[in-house]
Structure formats: structure tokens, C-alpha cells
Design a protein around this ligand. Structure first.
Ligand code: DOR
Ligand code: ZN
Ligand code: ZN
Length: 426
């Protein structure tokens, strides 16, 4: 017995919408029947997707699942449930857990937990340096063998240029990318928010834009020298966009990502000393917001990621200065971007989907991201019409730290399928 997913709407590459019926067999899309006429579904399971968007499963290449070590914030079970509810069929998790993911054993631990959870696919990154301390490289070959898809010290920047260059040379020889959290610590020193109006008003130390861009510039030069695939995390400044644009122009193998919050919010939107608005990189100026939007639109920035970063209510209650950086992202990402960029007419639906499916798959060489016959049936069904308010109390994530509380949005995922298996349904 197979599954017929009937009456859904496909967003085609040429920006047209088209009704289609998908036959799913053995975990794959076996047949796509286009047009309004329903096929004979006798003898098969039927999922009625009438009037709903059917997309390739969303892919998020930057998330924090917190396990092992920080299970009070999130577990692999709750994180992947939250991801599945957000429409994500594949997520790539950061290694800043406790212990960090810097050995083959911890990689296997994450993969085993993810498999047991049975929701979204989980692709782990391994650390660049042991314990993310920036002193000694990890065993890249052993980590690759255990299943990592790239190397990163996300959460902190690699401070030493020589260390980064060695890491890139090694990653290049092994054939995996370096994924960089760009931050020069000497320019930051305990600042909780971006340099700008908000910091001034509240007497807080500011994080300058150069603290990100200096690493971006340095690393593009090192990527040029080593030839590695270098991927910039959570781009948030106009300076970084400019540097990446130039790097691409001169043929450096550099790619990058941006988060929904950096596309939608500036420091001027922060309502007060509420740490649900604290993340790293911080919310920058409206000019930076425009620059990252334009960077995404002209291809300088390749994809959208959430940087899903759960923290408990107690931790976030410590206030703007002391609370940890980060906000959750899975369960609001698509509705936010659909409502604020597609419904408003700035982007086509296809543009948004490309940045959350086709592009991440292409950049990281993943076999998912498109709806076509023969492809694995990783699918997300989305209700584009019903408006709902963001209510963190309803999140499947263990944590509720979001600045988007109460936003009225459309574009809510209603069913998520991985390899032909429903892993979440409303
Ligand atoms: O906001 C952030 N949260 N930025 C990071 O770089 C780390 C992450 C976390 O682990 O909480
Ligand atoms: Zn980061
Ligand atoms: Zn991160």
C-alpha cells in the first residue's frame, strides 16, 4: 500500500502554482499527477492536501538541540518535534553542547538519539577545536567518519587566524566545509546588544558591526588561500554582506546564511530590557536589515536558517546583561517570512521556498530539497490561509524564548513527512 497525497498545490520553478497529486511508495515520490482531476486512489492511504501548499521539506542548516548536557533547554526529542512542527525535515545541529561534539562518540550519541526520536533528519556538525576553546584542532577525519557534515565552533569565533587557516587547510583536504560563527572577542567584551540607539538609551555596552565583519573578511582571505568551502553563519551586517559579495565576485568558495530575526527586526524594535530580544549576533540597525534583505535577494546570502537557540525562562529572566544569547526559531520561521515577505508582495513564494529547500541542499550537497518523481518523500504541507497568533505556550520546543509573541501570521505547516512517514501532523 502506498500513499496518495491529493489536491495539493505545487509552487513551480517558473513561479506558477499548480494542483498536483503525489503517489508515495517505499519512502519515495513515485508519481506526480498534475491537474485537478483526482487519480484513482483505491487500495492506498490518502492524505488530503486540498488547497494546501505542498513543498519539499524545509531544511535548516543551523540549529541548537542542546543535548547532551543542556536538557533543561531542549532535548533531541523535543527539538526535532519542534522542527517537524515548523515544517523542517532536515536540520543540521551545532556542536556547542556539553560535552561538545568533538569526538566520534558524541557524534554517534546525537545520531542515535535523533533516530530514536523519529522526527526530522539530524545532520551533526563537529567542532573545529577541542572543547571549542580555540587551542587545538579536533580529529577531522574521525569526525567525518562518524558522520559530521562540516566543522564549526558556533557559539564562539575562532580567534586565531593561524588556527582558522590550519582548520581550513585540513577541511579542504578532507572535503568538508568550515562553518563560521564570526566574532572578534576583543571588540565585544561582554556587550549584550548591538552598538546603536538601544544600547545608548539603556546605558549598555554595544557590540560593534566590525566584530562580525572582521572575521568575515579575514576568513574570506583564508578561504581564498586554502580553497576550502567556507560558510558564514547568521550574517547580520551590511559590512559582512559587502565582503561576501566581493568574495563571490572574485571566485572564492564562500556561502552564507541569514536568520528570520535579522531580516525582520532591528535594534530599534526592541521594546525594553527583555532578554527574549537578545541573540548573537544582535539585532543591528535598520540599514543592516535592508542590507541583509538585499544580500539574500541578489544571491550574496544563499539560504535562510533559524539558529534555533532555546534557553529556559529562568535563564532568560536574568535580564539583558546576564541572560544567555539566543531565541527559538523552528515554529515561527516559515509563517514569519511568508507573512512579512510573500504576502506583502516583496518575494514570490518560490523565492522563499528556494532559500529554505533548494539552496541549502545545493550548497551542502544534500539529496533533498525538491519535489520530483524518484526523490525521497520529504514533504511539508502548509496552510497558506489560516491566520494564527504566535503563542509560545503551544510550542513543542521545551523553550519559549521568542520576540515574536502575539504576531498574527499565515503560512502554518500542517503536516511534515520524512521519507514517506508522517513525522508530525496538526
Ligand atoms: O544567539 C546565539 N545563541 N548565538 C550563538 O552564537 C549561540 C547560540 C546558543 O548556543 O545559544
Ligand atoms: Zn553563532
Ligand atoms: Zn548558532
Amino acid at each position: 500500500m502506498g500513499i496518495w497525497m491529493t489536491g495539493g498545490i505545487l509552487a513551480n520553478a517558473n513561479n506558477t502554482l499548480e494542483t498536483a497529486h503525489l503517489f508515495i511508495d517505499n519512502g519515495r515520490i513515485a508519481r506526480i499527477v498534475k491537474g485537478d482531476t483526482a487519480p484513482d486512489t483505491t487500495g492506498h492511504e490518502v492524505i488530503d492536501a486540498s488547497g494546501k501548499l505542498v513543498s519539499a521539506g524545509l531544511i535548516d542548516m543551523h540549529v541548537h538541540l542542546r543535548e547532551p548536557g543542556f536538557e533543561h533547554k531542549e532535548t533531541i526529542a523535543t527539538g526535532t518535534a519542534s522542527a517537524a512542527r515548523g515544517g523542517f525535515t532536515t536540520i543540521a545541529c551545532m556542536p556547542n553542547t556539553r560535552p561538545v561534539i568533538d569526538t566520534a562518540d558524541t557524534v554517534r550519541y546525537v545520531l542515535d538519539k535523533a533516530e530514536a526520536a523519529g522526527r526530522s533528519r539530524v545532520l551533526p556538525y563537529g567542532c573545529i577545536t577541542k572543547n571549542e576553546l580555540g587551542r587545538e584542532l579536533t580529529d577531522f577525519a574521525a569526525l567525518k567518519k562518524a558522520g559530521v557534515i562540516g566543522y564549526t565552533d558556533d557559539g564562539v569565533g575562532v580567534q586565531s587566524a593561524q588556527m582558522m587557516k590550519d582548520a581550513m587547510a585540513l577541511a579542504k583536504s578532507i572535503g568538508l566545509p568550515i562553518i563560521a560563527h564570526c566574532e572578534d572577542n576583543t571588540l565585544v567584551e561582554g556587550a549584550p546588544v548591538s552598538e546603536g540607539e538601544f544600547a545608548k538609551k539603556h546605558g549598555l555596552k554595544g557590540i560593534p558591526n566590525e566584530s562580525e565583519a572582521i572575521h568575515v573578511g579575514r576568513d574570506i582571505l583564508l578561504a581564498e588561500a586554502t580553497g576550502v568551502h567556507y560558510h558564514v553563519c547568521h550574517v547580520s551586517t551590511e559590512m559582512s554582506v559587502r565582503l561576501i559579495r566581493h568574495g563571490k565576485q572574485i571566485g572564492v568558495n564562500v556561502t552564507s546564511e541569514v536568520c528570520p530575526h535579522h531580516l525582520l527586526l532591528s535594534d530599534e524594535d526592541i521594546p525594553g530590557l527583555d532578554a527574549n530580544w537578545k541573540m548573537n549576533p544582535p539585532l543591528r540597525t535598520p540599514r543592516d536589515v535592508q542590507a541583509v534583505i538585499e544580500g539574500l535577494e541578489d544571491g550574496t546570502i544563499d539560504m535562510i536558517v533559524t539558529d534555533h537557540a532555546p534557553h529556559s525562562a529562568e535563564e532568560k529572566a536574568k535580564g539583558m546583561q546576564l541572560a544567555p544569547f539566543g531565541i527559538v526559531g523552528f515554529e515561527t520561521a516559515f509563517p514569519l517570512l511568508y507573512t512579512k515577505f510573500v504576502k506583502t508582495g516583496r518575494w514570490t513564494l518560490r523565492f522563499l521556498l528556494d532559500k529554505m529547500t533548494v539552496k541549502p541542499a545545493e550548497v551542502f550537497g544534500l539529496p533533498w530539497g525538491t519535489v520530483e518523481e524518484g526523490a525521497e518523500a520529504d514533504l511539508t504541507v502548509i496552510d497558506l490561509d489560516t491566520e494564527k497568533e504566535v503563542d509560545p505556550a503551544k510550542f513543542l520546543s521545551k523553550s519559549h524564548n521568542t520576540p515574536f509573541i502575539g504576531w498574527k501570521l499565515q503560512g502554518w505547516p500542517v503536516l511534515t513527512m520524512v521519507a514517506g512517514k508522517v513525522v508530525w501532523a496538526d
